[in-house]
Ligand binder design. Structure first.
Ligand SMILES: NC(=O)C1=CN([C@@H]2O[C@H](COP(=O)(O)OP(=O)(O)OC[C@H]3O[C@@H](n4cnc5c(N)ncnc54)[C@H](O)[C@@H]3O)[C@@H](O)[C@H]2O)C=CC1
Ligand SMILES: O=C(O)C(=O)C[C@H](O)C(=O)CO
Length: 259
């Protein structure tokens, strides 16, 4: 691997790293040379992910439990990971979920829960890891947004999710604006629908042709995989992106080009 893409000597925490896109990114960062920890709510899923990463690439990753929607839990994650690693250079926020309801029936508690995790949870991680990175004079933050932060769905149900990802995009730009002077970059990755646990039920509910139709609708004529986010993540976590901040990269098979 070219040296500017190497993550040797860097320590990374991937929140929401026990499955789906976060787990793929955690493995990718480890393979690029970083020491990696994944953080999520369930010990079982964390231990399963640690094992899967070890089996896939032979590398060990640490794990921490965190509820990223609870500020004291995020503060504890920062304290623990800094104690274990000495410093944290890279933060990936891959936590998030989607609950779909028609707008006219949207239960407001579900709407708020999405904001608690997808926006406020990300802000709390950027805030508390940000304090630590400011002291270190170095940091790379990557937030998992979505094409849904930029283009709405044709069908109903996504008012809450689109709202959270649009807010996340703008928050990412503002954090980039504030943290730039501390040598901290803040960027986002905006995938299109990707085959992960978050999307399984949604895709199954759309019938047997859902995946084929989805693939056909994209210029690149295939469905997105969690690994499609790995290259963008390594770029945004490495010195290769030294002067890139406040940006969103779309591993979307061309959807936003035609959307
Ligand atoms: N799968 C997809 O089609 C797309 C996903 N995304 C975004 O990518 C990110 C990852 O999504 P997926 O891998 O698909 O989902 P996933 O459900 O496979 O993974 C999300 C992870 O976040 C964790 N998490 C949720 N709430 C948390 C909390 N309060 N504290 C700590 N961890 C929490 C979950 O336990 C899970 O491990 C999310 O932000 C999602 O919105 C964006 C575009 C497309
Ligand atoms: O686009 C949809 O339909 C969705 O369900 C949104 C997904 O949850 C998503 O994250 C696509 O980016």
């Amino acid at each position: 691997m070219q040296k500017i893409f190497s993550l040797e000597g860097k320590n990374a925490v991937v929140v929401g790293g026990a499955g789906g896109i976060g787990q793929a990114i955690a493995q990718g960062l480890a393979e690029a040379g970083a020491k990696v920890a994944i953080a999520s709510r369930s010990v079982d899923s964390l231990q399963r992910a640690v094992l899967e990463i070890k089996e896939a690439c032979g590398l060990e990753v640490k794990y921490y439990t965190v509820d990223a929607a609870v500020e004291s839990s995020v503060e504890a994650l920062v304290v623990e990971s800094v104690k274990d690693f000495g410093k944290v250079d890279i933060l990936v926020n891959a936590q998030g979920f989607n609950k779909k309801f028609n707008a006219e029936d949207f239960p407001m508690d579900s709407f708020k829960q999405m904001f608690d995790v997808n926006v406020i949870g990300v802000m709390m991680c950027c805030k508390h890891f940000g304090k630590h990175m400011i002291q270190n004079g170095y940091g790379k933050m990557v937030n998992l947004s979505s094409v849904r932060g930029r283009i709405a769905t044709k069908g109903p149900g996504n008012a809450g999710y689109c709202g959270t990802k649009g807010a996340l995009d703008m928050m990412t730009r503002q954090l980039a604006s504030e943290f730039g002077k501390y040598n901290i970059t803040v960027n986002a990755i905006g995938p299109t629908i990707t085959e992960t646990p978050m999307m399984t039920d949604i895709l199954n509910s759309r019938g047997p042709n859902a995946r084929k139709d989805l693939a056909e609708s994209l210029p690149m004529k295939r469905m997105a995989l969690p690994t499609d986010c790995v290259g963008p993540a390594i770029f945004l976590c490495s010195d290769a992106s030294g002067f890139v901040t406040g940006n969103i990269i779309y591993p979307d098979g061309g959807l936003t080009a035609i959307g």
